[in-house]
Ligand binder design. Structure first.
Ligand code: SF4
Length: 208
């Protein structure tokens, strides 16, 4: 079922504002940041340009090389996911950052992920997702593209299905490839500037 889209934005002070106002705030912050960096200022007045959001400690894969095995939690663990209200702590930064980055484990497994997107949309904050692609269904991809998703980095550790499934245990090559193809097709219609990057860890079994 398609995910309902919410339009419109607001300022930190609560007044409704246009997307162009947020773009101007971002541009100004970037210029101040560049100036402060060039002058090696130790105390700065600009806000960060990027903000990483770790909202999940669960993953739906078991890659053979995963370095994050220790901190992983089961999806059924009540502490496995951050609630959307957690993002309110950063509401003072969201109008200014250039990119919010959902990283670490699988952010898309957070059952409240669309609400995180809604919260970012209030400030027209662009965002990026790191994922293994399994949970990035066409409905969710469409919703994200309509609400500020600028790019996706997808772990894809082999073009050969057997090798892929041997490395990324728990995932199905055809299912993930289909999700990524839908994502690319949807992005052409919704956001032609969107970029999809496939990343892989080189190891004997996928480069020889
Ligand atoms: S997708 Fe990432 S977090 Fe999940 S098992 Fe693979 S390497 Fe680990």
């Amino acid at each position: 079922m398609p995910i309902a889209s919410k339009q419109g934005g607001r300022t930190v002070s609560g007044k409704y504002s246009e997307e162009s106002d947020f773009m101007a705030a971002r541009q100004l912050n970037r210029q101040i940041n560049e100036l402060e960096s060039r002058n090696n200022q130790t105390i700065v007045s600009s806000r960060p340009l990027h903000l990483g959001l770790d909202i999940s400690s669960a993953c739906n894969a078991r890659c053979i090389f995963c370095l994050a095995e220790k901190g992983r939690r089961a999806g059924s663990d009540k502490d496995a996911f951050c609630p959307p209200e957690w993002l309110d702590h950063y509401s003072g930064l969201l109008p200014f950052i250039n990119l919010a980055i959902f990283s670490s484990y699988e952010a898309l497994l957070n059952p409240d992920f669309p609400q995180f997107v809604d919260k970012l949309r209030e400030y027209y904050t662009p965002f990026q997702i790191f994922t293994n692609g399994k949970a990035l269904t066409p409905d969710l991809a469409e919703y994200c593209l309509q609400n500020g998703m600028q790019s996706v980095y997808c772990s894809f550790h082999s073009p050969d299905p057997k090798t892929y499934e041997g490395i990324m245990r728990g995932l199905r090559f055809d299912e993930v490839l289909s999700n990524l193809m839908h994502l690319k097709l949807l992005s052409r219609k919704i956001n032609p500037d969107f970029s999809l990057t496939l990343v892989f860890c080189a190891m004997r079994r996928n480069i020889t």
